[in-house]
Design a binder for this molecule. Structure first.
Ligand SMILES: Nc1ncnc2c1ncn2[C@@H]1O[C@H](COP(=O)(O)OP(=O)(O)OP(=O)(O)O)[C@@H](O)[C@H]1O
Ligand SMILES: [Mg+2]
Length: 264
């Protein structure tokens, strides 16, 4: 199982949007996908709960709530709980309120338990997509500690660039300084909600590339109404609309690029 963590401590930059499309894309490619929501807001979970409902899996889960693996339990002892299936080749672990307590516990123990738990899940899945919340916190360090890869969606905005320094420093901390997770490979920053017609966006994107070099991905996501409505299905499966086809193509290009970089 290759685990990718979608992270940026800035809010509303497209983390959940990218995470859900990566999960959908992987399952459609025939990979066994595990989606893990580590953001207490639970937007990522809502998507998979809706799909589970649609596919009639939710009723099954309701029968055995004690067997359900929720995010906070990923960082404790293996208690036999399992991710919840919601579609073919797609299981999820929902965010629970306990996830915010995780970072208040002993960080070393939490990370050791998490790494063990993820290793235990790895034979059941090909890829795991982890969505994280918008905060500068140890929870981000915990998420990065279980990742093989990290990607950071980011809006083309001067303040967003400033915030990215925090993302890179967290990666360096987790990978190099503390040795918590030496295998973590940052895939870089994914510019999102880029507006083609806006000179400011072009300028900022240019600055980002000048500043971070190869740290900024060569692919981008544009601002598209069709992406905004694609919450419970990928944009390429939404109703045909003004920007659907072009948005679908762009999103698939990004997903395919990321999967290739992950060696999948
Ligand atoms: N390329 C895009 N085009 C149009 N709308 C987008 C695009 N990317 C994201 N959005 C919209 O922007 C909003 C924020 O996106 P999203 O929820 O993915 O951000 P986030 O980083 O996960 O936020 P948070 O930090 O709160 O978890 C959502 O309503 C989403 O539909
Ligand atoms: Mg989110």
């Amino acid at each position: 199982m290759k685990t990718i963590v979608v992270a940026n401590q800035k809010g509303g930059v497209g983390k959940t949007t990218v995470a859900r499309h990566l999960a959908f894309y992987g399952a459609e490619q025939g990979l066994r996908v595990l989606a893990v929501d580590m953001d207490v807001q639970g937007n990522f979970s809502t998507t998979f709960k809706a799909i589970a409902d649609e596919n009639g899996f939710a009723a099954e889960q309701a029968k055995n709530p004690k067997e359900v693996l929720v995010a906070s339990r990923l960082f404790g002892k293996d208690d036999g709980t399992r991710p919840v299936p919601c579609a073919e080749r797609l299981d999820y672990v929902e965010a629970d309120s306990g996830i915010v307590e995780v970072e208040r516990r002993n960080l070393e123990q939490v990370i050791a338990a998490g790494q063990k738990r993820f290793a235990g899940l790895s034979s059941s899945y090909d890829v795991c997509v982890v969505d994280t919340g918008p905060a500068v916190s140890n929870l981000l360090v915990v998420a990065l500690s279980v990742g093989d890869f990290a990607v950071s969606p980011c809006k083309p905005d001067r303040d967003a660039i400033a915030g990215l320094a925090g993302f890179f420093s967290n990666v360096v901390r987790v990978r190099d300084e503390t040795g918590i997770n030496p295998k973590l490979a940052p895939l870089g920053v994914l510019p999102n909600q880029v507006s083609k017609g806006r000179a400011y966006h072009r300028d900022v994107l240019g600055d980002m590339r000048a500043h971070w070099g190869a740290g900024v991905m060569p692919v981008v996501l544009y601002e598209r109404a069709a992406i905004d409505v694609a919450k419970d299905r990928p944009v390429w499966r939404t109703e045909r609309g003004e920007s659907r086809n072009v948005a679908a193509k762009e999103m698939k290009t990004v997903c395919s690029f990321i999967y290739k970089r992950m060696g999948l």
